[in-house]
Write a protein that binds this ligand. Structure first.
Ligand SMILES: [Zn+2]
Length: 315
């Protein structure tokens, strides 16, 4: 038995140096500040990895290649969502519907005001009462939310409407907002979903609906609500496909290991375990190992500082 547990980063470093001798790797790890390891401990980690690799290789073939197999299997609770409302302000409008999809599941789903018995017996200003209860349940299950302008609009709107109806408030888990990514990490003029999707050549959106359809849906015309529902689902599809491209830029997403309970280090952008060492990340007083995912390209950095104690004393 080992004296100290192997950290994920330490394992990655050991695995990336499989072309070296076990003794050399042990020395290198110790120099980097990791616990001292025997040669056989290093070889054991290599061996474990080889077995895992053999097992995953078979799974990859069966995969639809959309997302790596580990994520497909473990299904982290990442929720892609979009809402439609009758007004931009929760004081003057209600939620009409929420379209959504769970990461790793194929199906796009929607919950709408008109799905519930007795919805039209409620006063107009209270008509989202039933749908909000379901939305509350769905959002409460999510470990990560993904939307477009959803931090500023969708989440706040739902929260306001829950408070209005005296329903329990919704949680605020880590939230990936593709509008935020486009605004602060890209330079494409308009940060609308349509413009981003066009730029990234993702799912093409349908033409926008004529204004009278929206006005009639806002007045609770059931046929028009159905048309808006199609539009809302299309937005979630676009959201999903453009997020797959933008995930390497997402800062809000937690470590995938935590989301799927894996001890193997996984890329937080896509869940792949094919992560390699690529240079270092420097702060004013620390140096960290930098990594890049070989599947989606996302950059990350190690947790432990690599700054030599002697150097640190003189900083
Ligand atoms: Zn990745």
């Amino acid at each position: 038995m080992e004296m100290t547990e192997w950290s994920d980063q330490e394992k990655i470093i050991a695995l990336e140096n499989r072309d070296k001798l076990a003794r050399e790797v042990a020395e290198e790890l110790e120099l980097m500040g990791y616990p001292s390891r025997t040669k056989s401990a290093i070889r054991r980690i290599w061996h474990e990895y080889e077995i895992q690799e053999e097992e995953t290789e078979v799974e990859v073939e069966e995969d639809n290649k959309e997302t790596p197999s580990l994520i497909q299997e473990c299904k982290p609770k990442i929720l892609y969502f979009d809402i439609e409302t009758t007004n931009f302000k929760a004081t003057f409008g209600e939620v009409l519907m929420m379209g959504y999809r769970w990461h790793g599941e194929e199906e796009y789903k929607i919950v709408k005001v008109t799905d519930y018995e007795g919805w039209d017996e409620l006063n107009i200003e209270d008509r989202d009462y039933y749908v909000l209860q379901d939305m509350h349940e769905i959002i409460s299950e999510a470990d990560v939310l993904v939307g477009h302008y959803s931090k500023r609009f969708d989440h706040r709107f739902i929260q306001s409407r829950c408070l209005y109806h005296k329903l329990p408030v919704i949680p605020n888990p880590p939230h990936v907002d593709t509008w935020h990514i486009a605004k602060y990490q890209m330079a494409i003029g308009s940060n609308s979903m349509k413009n981003i999707a066009k730029f990234l050549k993702c799912d093409n959106q349908k033409d926008s609906l004529p204004i009278h359809i929206w006005r009639r849906a806002n007045a609770y015309d059931e046929e028009c609500i159905e048309m808006i529902a199609e539009y809302c689902l299309q937005d979630v599809r676009t959201q999903y496909s453009m997020t797959q491209r933008l995930m390497p830029l997402a800062n809000a997403i937690p470590n995938m290991n935590l989301l799927v309970n894996s001890t193997k280090y996984l890329c937080s952008g896509c869940g792949s375990d094919n992560v390699q060492k690529r240079g270092f990340h420097f702060t004013k007083i620390n140096k960290y190992q930098r990594f890049q995912c070989m599947n989606c390209g996302k950059w990350s950095r190690g947790r432990n500082t690599l700054t030599d104690k002697e150097i640190k004393r003189h900083l």
